[in-house]
Design a binder for this molecule. Structure first.
Ligand SMILES: Cc1cc2nc3c(=O)[nH]c(=O)nc-3n(C[C@H](O)[C@H](O)[C@H](O)COP(=O)(O)OP(=O)(O)OC[C@H]3O[C@@H](n4cnc5c(N)ncnc54)[C@H](O)[C@@H]3O)c2cc1C
Length: 429
């Protein structure tokens, strides 16, 4: 009797199926929803974005990867807009869905599963640009730009890094905003900017001209692509994320009126920049999670179809151990990242429009851990596929190359470790 009840209970708490299918079986994933702790409505949202990813994104993956004019990518941005996914963290009064960071993370993960390149472009648009504009923009800036950014007419980007200013982005920044009659003149270059080749509007950080010996300050500007003096370089040829457009931005005497300043006023750029980094790390953690799930699924299917020595290779002891490690890495990373997202949403609701300082270490830890595990799982996926893991007819090499981006994009693994250690140590000061 007890056994019957307990087996009924376990069936209620644990999914009865080993896998989920989407778009009539076009995607078969071994995603384990029983460990995620998602609420029924979050789970419904998750299933909807996975279905979208399977039906709309997956068939276009080769076209996206080819880059070229990025027409497939731009079309997909419009379709994503149709789902409302560009405004997940934007308040309803500004036309967003106001669902929060957990939902944004789930969308990022689902899109990354089918195309990590498209998802990176989506993350740069919807988090780096849209979310920063939503949090810091004036009402005039929001009403001018948000409708088009949310409905897919405009693509957005954020420009912080420069060829000489990466990890120490503020300390080494050379792009400068000089106060002139009626506004500011912006001069300098930004490098590695996701969406740069196609974006309509850019959030740009610049250092202010300050008196000799005075503290260096920074200002954030909203720069439309059509502004005279603004140009972009050629798309950069990358190791992975080949379908995501990246380039240099060049500012030559770009005149900007005071109404272009994002944030409370001039000189507040460092605050605007720093406040966005934690949320960027959190939302982009969905990237390595989605890639990791794809690598795990690919490996699992392969080792249970491929036979050597008269057995499926997945049943050989050392291969079974690989599967166990992949499964464990994937599910621990996901559980941790989702719990950080939940904490951030909770804090944001409690302290809105507060800046969740106490979660800085956790946002950094989320992307740090998910990235390390995604790279490990992608490597194991390649190994599971043997020679086929090494040819581009199979997606294993792409997973590895795409996962590697997250070890440097949105800050490097070393800087994340440094930040977490510093934050933890500060508890003892
Ligand atoms: C595909 C792609 C897309 C990108 N998209 C954008 C974008 O949209 N917008 C944007 O602004 N930027 C973007 N970036 C830039 C990215 O944020 C930087 O590359 C990143 O911050 C690292 O800076 P860096 O490349 O100058 O490396 P560096 O800072 O020069 O670091 C070199 C090495 O030194 C290590 N290092 C540096 N400082 C420390 C330290 N204090 N402790 C320990 N190790 C350290 C680093 O970890 C790294 O291993 C993108 C980059 C790529 C590759």
């Amino acid at each position: 009797m007890l056994r019957t009840i307990s087996s009924r209970i376990s069936r209620r708490f644990y999914t009865t199926s080993r896998y989920e299918t989407y778009h009539g079986g076009a995607i078969k994933t071994y995603y384990n929803p029983t460990l995620t702790g998602l609420s029924p409505s979050e789970n419904e949202f998750r299933e909807a974005v996975w279905e979208f990813s399977a039906r709309v994104v997956k068939p276009k993956v080769d076209e996206i990867e080819r880059g070229g004019s990025y027409s497939a990518l731009m079309e997909l941005h419009k379709e994503i807009a149709g789902m409302g996914l560009h405004g997940l963290t934007v308040p309803a009064k500004n036309l967003g869905l106001e669902l929060g960071y957990t939902h944004h993370l789930l969308a990022m993960e689902a899109l990354s599963y089918s195309s990590a390149s498209l998802a990176l472009s989506y993350g740069a648009h919807s988090n780096l640009c849209v979310n920063q504009l939503s949090r810091w923009g004036s009402e005039a800036q929001k009403s001018e730009w948000l409708p088009g950014l949310l409905d897919g007419r405009y693509l957005g980007a954020l420009a912080m890094s420069e060829s000489g200013a990466g990890s120490d982005v503020l300390g080494c920044m050379k792009t400068v905003a000089k106060k002139v009659d009626g506004g500011y003149l912006l001069n300098g270059n930004k490098f590695w900017i996701t969406n740069g080749p196609k974006a309509d509007v850019f959030i740009v950080y610049a250092k202010d001209v300050v008196e000799h010996g005075a503290k260096q300050t920074y200002t954030t500007f909203l720069v439309p692509r059509t502004t005279p003096g603004f140009t972009t370089g050629k798309p950069l040829d990358k190791f992975g994320m080949r379908g995501s457009p990246t380039c240099e931005l060049i500012f030559t005497d770009v005149f900007l009126p005071p109404s272009s300043i994002l944030g409370d006023s001039q000189h507040h750029g460092a605050k605007v920049l720093m406040s966005g980094l934690d949320l960027e790390r959190l939302v982009l953690s969905g990237g390595p999670l989605g890639i990791m799930q794809a690598a795990y699924d690919t490996a699992l299917e392969y080792v249970h179809q491929r036979e050597q020595f008269g057995v499926r290779v997945g049943t050989i002891g050392s291969m079974q151990a690989k599967i166990a490690d992949m499964y464990t890495k994937l599910n621990t990373a996901r559980a941790f990242v989702y719990s950080v997202a939940r904490a951030v949403d909770h804090h944001t609701q409690e302290a809105a429009p507060g800046y969740p300082v106490f979660q800085r270490r956790d946002c950094a830890a989320a992307i740090l851990y998910a990235t390390d595990k995604a790279i490990e799982v992608a490597l194991e996926c390649m190994q599971c596929l043997g020679g086929n893991g090494y040819i581009n007819e199979y997606p294993a090499a792409r997973y590895l190359a795409d996962a590697r981006l997250y070890a440097v994009g949105a800050g490097t693994q070393e800087v994340r470790r440094w930040l977490i250690g510093r934050e933890v140590n500060s508890d003892f000061e």
